[in-house]
Write a protein that binds this ligand. Structure first.
Ligand SMILES: O=C([S-])c1cc(C(=O)S)c[n+]([C@@H]2O[C@H](COP(=O)(O)O)[C@@H](O)[C@H]2O)c1
Ligand code: NI
Length: 414
């Protein structure tokens, strides 16, 4: 399995993320070509390979034409004093940006991730400033920078072709920073709000008196990272890249990105044979809520599958068997997780050989909406399945039956 590991010892921002991925080898020409699919102009991308503290990395920047300054702030409609004129808001609303991305020729994957990140940041802004989501307003210049950073990050990750993204505990600074609308505490309010709906490990550094984790950086992490923690002992590090931050932090300010190979899937042959480990435990004293939580945790940690089987246990107790399928190299990590997140006192495991169909995604467009198709092949067997969630969304948006969308998507695949 190919993993991108983010070592966020100095936080994460959009620039740092793109810089780190370019440093890992993503082609900036391809990034530029993809970004040209968006009808936004007035900027140039720069990526310079420079040394900081004698360590070489990439300093990425979005340089706006005419030397305009990015205020880096999402404006909100706030109240004005008596006699005070509202300022002119030359900016873009969240839905303008979503429409812009949706209407572009970017890939369906890039669109989906970029829109999710914008929605997450927008929802936090809406909550922080107490304005309806529809009124969250991106400042004209800040919007351009955010669009390039967010869409650019999604493009870079797509070009890197990894199976999963893992991240260390994320560092942030402390104290206050000056932004367009005054002084803000660190973590900045949008970041604090974005941390409220998911368990993300962030550690503040009292000696760093500035911001290390930006709303854009956190949005990227929340969208792509499925596991937090240190480097896996079993991983092989193939490549390391550094993306430099712009702030003076008094320490080495970079995001370190590492390309790792984890587990056995790299041993999968063209014929589709590999090995998996099945971990199991029988439980008769765990609540349904606890079981559901454990399943979520195990899937988020990268399990290939997690499922329950009803069983009859001793003393006539109805119980469940928890089964967790993982790559062999992940076995011990998942034993620990199962002992931590369930009431199990022990976990048994068996190694299996298996044959799997090769799987890839294709996207078709049905009445203007993207539908992903899972294409599974093995020898001369080929099976195409439309993604249920995409069909559901299209059925709801177009007010047609789910069956109609699924049949149309399957026909388009042919
Ligand atoms: O929503 C945005 S982009 C935003 C909100 C806040 C609040 O805390 S509210 C603060 N900022 C600051 O702007 C710059 C640039 O942020 P990006 O995420 O666009 O790179 C940064 O200093 C943020 O803390 C932005
Ligand atoms: Ni105003």
């Amino acid at each position: 399995m190919k993993t991108l590991y983010l070592d966020a010892f100095s936080g994460v921002s959009g620039d740092m993320f793109i810089g780190a991925l370019l440093d890992l080898g993503v082609d900036i020409a391809q990034l530029r070509t993809e970004l040209q699919k968006l009808p936004v102009h007035g900027y140039t991308l720069t990526a310079d390979r420079v040394a900081k503290s004698a360590i070489y990395g990439t300093s990425f920047d979005v340089v706006l034409d005419h030397g305009e300054k990015d205020h880096g702030f999402i404006e909100h409609h706030h109240t004005h004093g008596p006699g005070e004129q509202p300022h002119a808001h030359h900016g873009r609303h969240l839905h303008d940006i979503v429409d812009l991305i949706t209407a572009s020729e970017l890939s369906a994957t890039v669109k989906r991730h970029a829109i999710a990140i914008f929605n997450d940041i927008g929802a936090a802004e809406s909550r922080v400033h107490n304005v309806p989501l529809a009124e969250v307003h991106f400042h004209e210049v800040g919007a351009l920078d955010s669009i390039v950073d967010i869409v650019g990050s999604c493009i870079c990750l797509d070009l890197l072709h990894v199976d999963r993204v893992k991240c260390s505990t994320i560092a942030d600074g402390s104290g206050f920073i000056e932004v367009a609308h005054g002084k803000m505490p660190v973590p900045v309010p949008a970041v604090a709000q974005m941390l409220s709906d998911r368990a993300i490990p962030v550690q503040q550094h009292p000696e760093v008196h500035t911001e290390l984790l930006t709303p854009t950086g956190l949005g990227i992490v929340k969208e792509f990272v499925t596991e937090f923690g240190p480097l896996d002992a079993q991983s092989a590090v193939h490549k390391v890249g550094y993306g430099f931050g712009k702030r003076e932090t008094g320490q080495f300010n970079a995001l370190r990105a590492m390309l790792l190979t984890t587990g056995q899937s790299q041993k999968q042959t063209a014929a589709g044979h590999d090995q998996v480990t099945l971990l199991e435990t029988n439980l008769d004293d765990q609540t349904a809520e606890g079981l559901s939580f454990a399943q979520e945790q195990l899937l988020a940690a990268g399990a290939l599958d997690v499922y329950f089987t009803p069983i009859q246990m001793k003393k006539n107790r109805p119980g469940v068997k928890l089964s967790v399928l993982v790559t062999p190299a992940d076995r011990d990590r998942f034993v620990t997780l199962m002992l931590k997140d369930t009431t199990a006192k022990g976990v048994r495991y068996t190694a299996f050989e298996r044959t799997v169909m090769q799987r890839r995604f294709e996207t078709v467009t049905y009445r203007g909406l993207p539908i992903r198709l899972k294409v599974a092949t093995y020898q001369d067997i080929r099976r195409v399945t439309p993604e249920f969630e995409d069909c559901k969304l299209a059925a709801q948006k177009l007010d047609v039956s789910l069956e109609t969308v699924m049949a149309a998507a399957t026909a388009l695949a042919r």
